[in-house]
Design a protein around this ligand. Structure first.
Ligand code: GLU
Length: 448
């Protein structure tokens, strides 16, 4: 499978030891495919067991979260924090509240996060956490009780210089607020222990827009470098209408693109003249599902109840911004057939390995999430800097720094891609660039 025997043997062992963790194995496989270009030329990687160490989380914390719902019923959920790698800085990464959350998903996310954070150039290690708690349909009081009880255990494992969680799917301003309040009450300290905070208590401007805006800054660089082009008049389709998808849509439009289709879990809406993003924004502020309601405001739009069919809408640029493995091979084929020339991942690993390879072989420009969606965690890093210096930056200052970081990440991935393979292979480029930083830090710090 890989050219390197070392990687082949290690991957076999990893599969045996983690055979019930498909998402984690998928992330390791993609990473090893890139490592295959460098391990043979650098014997230190094998000698110092760098691969064995880097794919293994430093620590996994798993705990019970007990909370009482509005009817007085006692509920039990599982809470987790995967502290993946702290070689270059405190563990950093979001918390996901979703019924699908398990150790495999959090290990894949923490692993990806390690290299994504390294690419930002900021001192951020990799981590991820969350719970199988489902926030949908819960009252604010229930959310608060859950968050408080979650923090009642998590607080002892985190800290501004130890581990700094943030949001992810199911965790936004509201949840971060409740968790921060509980942390502050227990520890009696106001520190930057969480990011994605509200602006009144240490949050950063541009944090909520950061992943979506960052994605478009990254795509702009790809368009400029590979095609001497820009967003002007490009037809864009976006899956997912959470914080990432919504802000990607707004930025794509601001840069001259036309967002013609967007999806949620119930389906997608399509309008060749461009969706009215003011309406999408207004609807998604109330609830994450907007597609059916959109028709009440714009009856001329087309609604289709299967969200994955959106990949068949003819477009120039596709931005998968919902969740892992949402873009399978059939979707990739539809994109290619219908003229799409660029796919950039706003979510974490939304494209299956098979679909990624298909797109690359069809010469579609492809940006992996660990590079293209790093804007969120980058601004989280800037939030930590502002908290540490007790002084906030202006919107323009943060936005400008975000733009510089994203174009820098593109440059790093592009440079490594050119060095080792086809200059368009940003999957290999991003993995190698992120890895090299963590690898050097691990080597310098000895065998741990
Ligand atoms: N959950 C986001 C990500 O996947 C942000 C993490 C953070 O800000 O720490 O990168």
């Amino acid at each position: 499978m890989f050219n390197s025997e070392y990687l082949n043997e290690l991957f076999e062992r990893t599969k045996e030891r983690n055979n019930s963790q498909p998402e984690y194995l998928q992330a390791v496989e993609e990473f090893f495919e890139a490592m295959d270009f460098i391990v043979c030329n650098d014997p230190d990687i094998e000698k110092y067991a760098i691969m064995e160490r880097i794919i293994e989380p430093e620590r996994i914390i798993k705990f019970r979260v007990t909370w009482v719902d509005d009817k007085g019923v006692i509920n039990v959920n599982r809470g987790y924090r995967v502290q993946f790698n702290s070689a270059i800085g405190p563990y950093k990464g979001g918390l996901r509240f979703h019924p699908s959350v398990n150790e495999s998903i959090l290990k894949f996310l923490g692993f990806e996060q390690t290299f994504k954070n390294a690419l930002t150039g900021l001192p951020l290690g990799g981590g991820k956490g969350g719970s199988d708690f489902d926030p949908r349909g819960k009252s604010d009081d229930e959310i608060m009780r859950f968050c408080q009880n979650f923090m009642l255990e998590l607080y002892r494992h985190i800290g501004a210089d130890t581990d700094v969680p943030a949001g992810d799917i199911g965790v936004g301003f509201r949840e971060i607020g409740f968790m921060y309040g509980m942390y502050r009450k227990i520890v009696n300290e106001n520190t930057g222990v969480l990011t994605g905070k509200g602006l009144t208590y240490g949050g950063s401007l541009v944090r909520k827009e950061a992943t979506g805006y960052g994605l478009c800054y990254f795509v702009s660089e790809m368009l400029r470098v590979y095609r001497n082009d820009n967003f002007e008049d490009k037809k864009v389709i976006i899956s997912g209408c959470g914080k990432v998808g919504m802000h990607a849509a707004l930025k794509a439009q601001e840069l001259g693109g036309k967002v013609i289709a967007m999806s949620d879990i119930n389906g997608y809406v399509h309008d060749e003249n461009g969706l009215d993003l003011n309406i999408v924004k207004m609807l998604t502020e109330k609830a994450p599902e907007f597609t059916q309601k959109y028709l009440e405001y714009r009856p001329s739009a087309v609604y289709e109840s299967n969200p994955t069919k959106m990949w068949g809408v003819p477009c120039d640029i596709a931005l998968p911004c919902a969740t892992q493995n949402e873009l399978p091979i059939e979707g990739a084929k539809s994109l290619v057939e219908n003229g799409c020339f660029l796919v950039a991942e706003g979510a974490n690993m939304p494209t299956t390995i098979e679909a990624t390879k298909y797109l690359q072989h069809a010469d579609i420009l492809f940006a992996p999430g660990k590079a293209a969606n790093a804007g969120g965690v980058a601004v989280s890093g800037l939030e930590m800097s502002q908290n540490a210096q007790h002084y906030p930056w202006t919107y323009a200052e943060v936005d400008q720094k975000l733009e510089v970081i994203m174009s820098d990440i593109f440059k790093k991935a592009y440079t490594e891609a050119r060095k080792y393979t086809d200059h368009r292979n940003l999957v290999v480029g991003a993995n190698i660039a992120g890895f090299m930083r963590v690898y050097r830090a691990m080597l310098d710090q000895g065998i741990l």
